[in-house]
Ligand binder design. Sequence first.
Ligand SMILES: Cc1cc2nc3c(=O)[nH]c(=O)nc-3n(C[C@H](O)[C@H](O)[C@H](O)COP(=O)(O)O)c2cc1C
Length: 399
Amino acid sequence: MKVVLGVSGGIAAYKACELLRLFTESGHQVRVVPTREALRFVGEPTWAALSGNPVATDVWDDVHEVPHVRIGQTADLVVVAPATADLLAKAAHGLAGDLLTNTLLTARCPVVFAPAMHTEMWQHPATRANVATLRERGSLVIDPAVGRLTGADTGPGRLPDPTEIFRICLRVLRGRSLDLAGQKVVVSAGGTREALDPVRFIGNRSSGLQGYALARTAAARGAEVTLIAANVALPDPAGATVVRVESTAELREAVLAASGHADVVVMAAAVADFRPAARHDAKIKKTDGEPEPIHLTKNPDILAELGERRRAAVPGTSPKVIVGFAAETHDVLANGQAKLARKGCDLLVVNEVGEHLAFGTPDNAATVLVAGGEPIEVPRGPKEDVADAVWDAVAARLS
Ligand SMILES: Cc1cc2nc3c(=O)[nH]c(=O)nc-3n(C[C@H](O)[C@H](O)[C@H](O)COP(=O)(O)O)c2cc1C
């Protein structure tokens, strides 16, 4: 596959070297097209040596090969990483002052932009309008990550991890459409922890891999994703805004806040049903006698609450599609059907869990139960396959 890697003049240009390697090492032909300003950050020899291809920035090199038209016309994918505010503006307005902007105008393949800039630049109405224009025209603009920016600043504007940008590009190259474009989705992932004392907690084995796959695939399908992560040690999926929580109470607060303006809520996190009735302020000490029993109290049922709020038309909580997950160790389908009916959600993803099943493994098998519809079987495969099956069912319901 022929990939054009556009690089514009942001401090994150050095991270595009890693993206380039990921493409070349997986057998892609990559033509790097940096802007003149990008070369101030990473020089031409680096791009030429890493890609094995010539590198040009303006339209006046090798004119006999008409590169200003050919490079875009023959590409299977154009990805611009990092995309500066300036480049986004030029692309949105159809300017064609250099080789990269000419390539963007001549490309008829999918185009992915991975913006990176200071938060103020990203949030400026001019940039917002340019991003909206590019998205309307069918480009995938990946929301930047939140984190440390140049200097001491932090906020949204950071280039997502190159591995995550690469994963999105591979999906686009495989022909996945942007069928969730314009949809606001909330995904919860991981497992909640309920504190016993300042150092101990009651938790579960959820790794967050399934929830992260859901967030990653939704972003790659064009959705605006808020990922509420409970105790997950994985890199942030590209394009998702990540909110970190620990306990069920924190997860509930974050989900209810985010679902106020969401079209879809997917509750993939393993939420503790119970928590210790009392949290000790100091570490519980070992004693000679028998330890004190731990008394438990019920946690709120967030999935049921979302369903109830929607039924009662509580202002600010009306996602069109609510998806629950059920991890079962026995009577998997019967328990799943009962849960779907009880919780008032639209879809329920049921999977069998056990010591070497589902938790912490890269693959999964599941049945997607559909309220008022036929169940969808998803055979064992990567967790991204389960995620895609869920989004297929969500997209069908949204339409
Ligand atoms: C040190 C430094 C870092 C910069 N980082 C960024 C950045 O991350 N994102 C951005 O949009 N602009 C950034 N700029 C500003 C761009 O380099 C400037 O807008 C330039 O004209 C972009 O040119 P290009 O879009 O043709 O590559 C930076 C400038 C400097 C001097």
